[in-house]
Design a protein around this ligand. Structure first.
Ligand code: MTE
Ligand code: MO
Length: 252
C-alpha cells in the first residue's frame, strides 16, 4: 500500500515536472505524462479514503447498454451444465468453513432474504468500465446467519468455472477480507439490470464487491467458505488471477 502510494505520488510529480519542462513545445509526450499522473493520482486518492466508504452510484439513465462480459462466459463444467439445464432449480449455495451454522440455500431461499439494489461502475484491469444495476442479498446477512467463528479472517468464493474449460482445470476462486465482506455494498447478486442474472455475467449468483477491481467479483459462485488463511487453496495467493501474478488487494 505505502509503496504504491509513494510510487503514484512520485510519478504524478514527474508528470508535472515534465509538463512544465515541455510547456513551450506542448508535446504529445507531456500531455501523455500529465494524463498518466492524473490517473494514478485518482487511484491513489481513492486508496486513502476509508475502507468502508461507499463506491459511487449512478442513475438508471447511465446504465451501459452493452455491459461487457469478461473471462468465463459459459462454464463447461458438467455440474454447472446440469444445473443450467434445470434452470438452476437444483442450485444450492453452500456457506461453510469457520462458521457456527453451515448454510445450504436455494435461489428461492436467497430471494426470500432482504434484497438490495445498486447501480455501480465495474472497473476491469484490462482497461474498460461498464455501469450496471445489481440486485441481491448482502453477504453480511448470510455471514450473520451462519455465525462466523472468531478465527475467520477471510471469505473465499469457490466458482464452477475453469478458464481452460477443462473438467480437471483450475476452477476460479477469489477471497476478500472481513472489511470488504461486511461492506454495505457487498452483495451476492442474482439479478442484473432488473432481469435474472444472465449466464455470461455469472448466473445464478455472483459477487459484487464495489470497492475492488473486476477480477475480485467472483461469478458462478458454488460455495462460500470462511477461512483463517488461504495459503492452502490453489496456488496460495488467494485467487485464480492472484496465483498468476495479480495483486490480492485490488482496492479502488
Ligand atoms: N468465476 C469467474 N469470475 C470472474 C471471472 C471469471 O473468469 N470467472 N472474471 C473476472 C473478471 S477479470 C471480470 S472483469 C469480471 C467480469 O464480469 P462480467 O462478465 O459481468 O463483466 O468477472 C470477474 N469474475
Ligand atoms: Mo477483469
Amino acid at each position: 500500500m505505502n509503496r504504491r502510494r509513494w510510487l503514484a505520488g512520485a510519478l504524478a510529480t514527474a508528470g508535472t515536472a515534465m509538463l512544465s519542462a515541455c510547456n513551450q513545445a506542448g508535446t504529445a509526450l507531456a500531455e501523455q505524462a500529465r494524463r498518466m499522473g492524473e490517473g494514478l493520482t485518482r487511484r491513489a486518492q481513492r486508496l486513502v479514503v476509508p475502507r468502508d466508504a461507499l463506491a459511487p452510484t449512478y442513475s438508471r439513465a447511465e446504465i451501459s447498454p452493452d455491459f461487457k462480459a469478461n473471462g468465463s462466459i459459459d462454464p463447461a463444467a458438467a455440474d454447472y451444465r446440469a444445473l443450467k439445464a434445470g434452470g438452476f432449480a437444483g442450485y444450492r449455495l453452500v456457506v461453510d468453513g469457520l462458521v457456527e451454522r453451515p448454510l445450504s440455500l436455494s435461489l428461492a431461499d436467497l430471494r426470500r432474504r432482504p434484497a438490495q439494489s445498486q447501480i455501480t461502475k465495474h472497473d476491469c484491469v484490462e482497461g474498460w468500465t461498464s455501469i450496471g444495476e445489481w440486485t441481491g442479498v448482502r453477504l453480511e446477512t448470510l455471514l450473520e446467519e451462519a455465525g462466523l467463528k472468531p478465527s475467520a479472517k477471510y471469505i473465499v468464493f469457490h466458482c464452477f468455472d475453469a478458464l481452460d474449460q477443462q473438467e480437471d482445470g483450475d476452477r476460479y476462486y477469489e477471497s476478500i477480507d472481513l472489511v470488504d465482506a461486511r461492506h454495505p455494498q457487498t452483495i451476492l447478486a442474482y439479478d442484473m439490470n432488473g432481469e435474472v442474472l444472465p449466464v455470461p455475467h455469472g448466473a445464478p449468483l455472483r459477487l459484487r464487491v464495489e470497492r475492488q477491481l473486476g477480477y475480485k467479483h467472483a461469478k458462478y459462485i458454488r460455495r462460500i467458505e470462511a477461512v483463517e488463511s488461504f495459503a492452502h487453496l490453489g496456488g496460495g495467493k488467494g485467487g485464480y488471477w492472484e496465483d498468476r501474478g495479480y495483486e490480492w488487494f485490488a482496492g479502488i
